[in-house]
Design a protein around this ligand. Sequence first.
Ligand code: F6R
Length: 358
Amino acid sequence: MGNTILDSIEEMKAIDCSDMLSVIEGFSGQCREAVRLGRTVVLGDLEEIGSKVSSILILGMGGSGVSGDIAKSYLENELRVPLLVNKSYGVPGYVNENTLVFAVSYSGDTEETLSGFDEAVKRNCKVVSITTGGKLAERANDLGFQVVKIPAGIQPRSALGYLFLPLLVVLSRMGFVSEKQKEIEETISLMQSIKEIYGANIPVNENIAKGLALRLYNKLPVIYGFSGLSDVVAFRWKCQFNENSKIPSFWHVLPELNHNETVSWECLEEITKNFTLILLRDKDEPLGIKKRFDVTHELIEHKFSGVETVWAEGKSKLARMFSLIYLGDFVSYYLALLYGVDPSPVERIKVLKDKLAE
Ligand code: F6R
């Protein structure tokens, strides 16, 4: 197996034709720019409507929609109004003129998001769009709605800083959540220092991300997070394994998985012995969750080829979430190279969108 490739920048670059590495390694810079975009977007009449808003809805699919999941997981406890993420056509029944809607689509041409946007407009919602352009920007501009215009040219899933941080900054500017300046600063500096240890220049024997990718080679990753912090991270890791590494992967969340999936690791042993369990943990996880991780680990570890426990780093919740997300970005990237696949293209998504548009 090509485990030497991860020690050769030239060999890595030969596979990574669209240079996803630079985008991943430049993530802290992307985040800085994203915060600036969120701070400078003119809110206009949105400044005054805060007290009338009774719910928040985030529209978005795939790499764009995950920004909504992050917002939900990060802010749910602090928000005084419900925040829901819609990953389908249209909008839920409760949506009315008091719902603040965010339409997040990197391309601006995703059919489900556009359908939600149109329906939200019909229901007289205020809509803030985060996009590089496309039909979404066109429609929003025609209606005089706010658009956070983000830079084009990378994969949507690599644009997580651009897709999530303006959302966070706007929510805080509108008074739905407290000022997050300190947390954002901590997160950005942590990403900067994490890059120095997971980056491509760091050799395999000193690089946690490369080491994990090597252990995951020829294994199917099953990722467990916990509600309120690493739930969305487990989903993000799974999607990054799907889209970057082009492998199947599964995820679930504690405590819910203890009520169903925990039972499943009984039959199909011949298959599941090729699965690796990844636990996304945090030193400050609630005691109940800590116990559940420990007991679940003990009960099912022998069913897997191995168990990898990954701990969040950083002080604030935002930094801890992003420390795990960023590790997953690196691991899925290195794993793609081990399989000899270019991490950037997602040909099947493109073919599917083209066929649906016919
Ligand atoms: C591709 C990717 C996809 C897209 C999704 C929605 O990198 O991550 O999951 O994000 O197909 O498209 P956009 O983001 O353009 O609305």
